[in-house]
Design a binder for this molecule. Structure first.
Ligand code: SF4
Length: 67
């Protein structure tokens, strides 16, 4: 027996982005020294306090800004 609501039911499992709220953006995003998920030109791997924004990174450089 076919379910006429199958499309509607499957739509519950597809995220379309509407209603999503971004709650955490690491300060490493858009930093000129950011080399990947946990990579940093200055520290090698990003210190957790900077990655989680619990402390301001003292050497953060906005990408595209002159040093
Ligand atoms: S310099 Fe600081 S802000 Fe930039 S990527 Fe490294 S830890 Fe993150």
């Amino acid at each position: 027996m076919d379910n006429p609501n199958v499309e509607l039911e499957m739509a519950r499992f597809v995220e379309d982005g509407e209603g999503m709220e971004l709650i955490h953006v690491p300060q490493c995003v858009a930093c000129a020294y950011n080399t990947g998920l946990n990579g940093c030109e200055i520290f090698g791997s990003k210190p957790e306090a900077y990655l989680t924004n619990t402390e301001d990174c003292p050497v953060r450089q906005e990408e595209g800004e002159d040093v």
